[in-house]
Design a binder for this molecule. Sequence first.
Ligand code: PLP
Length: 360
Amino acid sequence: MSKYNFCAGPAMLPPAVMAKAQKEFVDWQNLGVSVMEISHRSRDFLALTEKCEASLRRLMNISDEFEILFMHGGGRGQFSAVPLNLHQAGKTAVYCENGVWSTGATTEAEKFTNVAAINVRNDSDELFSIKPVSEWQLPSDASYIHYCPNETIDGIEIFDVPSHPTAPIVADMSSTILSREIDVNQFDVIYAGAQKNIGPSGLAIVIIRKTLLEREGLAKPGIMDYALEARQGSMYNTPPTFAWYLAAEVFDWLEQSGGIKAMEEKNIAKAELLYEFIDNSPFYNNKVAKHCRSRMNVPFWLNDDSLNEAFLASARQAGLLALEGHRIVGGMRASIYNAMPLAGVQALVDFMAQFAKEHS
Ligand SMILES: *Cc1c(COP(=O)(O)O)cnc(C)c1O
């Protein structure tokens, strides 16, 4: 029986990448040792990092105006690094709040800098819904604007990009990076914890406009210093080398699979299949307005909550893993990142239909 892992993060990685990594585990490139056991400053590892960066630049069409950093500390590490690096004396950082993660970013930033949080939800809508970015009440002056294009827990995605005449736009793309085409030039900082669409947890990727590296910000730990990491090629200290290696393998796999456009088409097909089934079922529901439903994280509820345990137990038996919703929102959640094949979503829909039939 095929098993499908719907975990929100750390999430499944492409099976082809995992098989290759297994093959190379103890002997990488005929060196007789693992990629984990060589110096990060060795010629072989530096070649890997160069290849990795070039591949990401091609995939996301990232120009020379941006630096790419490979950092420690995952998504939340960046919740701290962003204010530490982008703070400006006398200015306020604007945090757009549209769900659990964007709100968490606000709380962390408040430790370091002056923050104005603005609610971009449409509270008049019965469903979870986000106001069009053109209606966000952004102040005329700010040190930067932070938002989260995909709220992993709430299952909300914002497809338009906010803009501002002077303040840089900072986006937490942890759970949507590489899932659809974006124009990187509309952003000033994009960051992502790796464990959803890139590789193992712990690694964070930061794509930052080079002009922003001149900002002094606040006193900060060296390993969170963007300018220092840029000067040091992300090797101020020993980077998470195995995670970096796997990220390079995932980027390779993405390029071989036709790149981001092809991946986006698959992701749309996967999401449509699941949402359409939920919308047409009297047994399940989703609480997010259609225009801002996440293509990566699909929360859903059984109309009869008392069947939750039975649902999860039968799903596990059917090889459908990690469908339990986040503890904050309850219900179920199917995370269907790049690595999840359409067949996995089809298996889930088939199971959900069967379960509904047996329990109606
Ligand atoms: C998972 C996630 C994070 C947190 O990542 P960690 O690596 O656990 O710190 C932050 N933001 C978003 C949108 C996420 O999905």
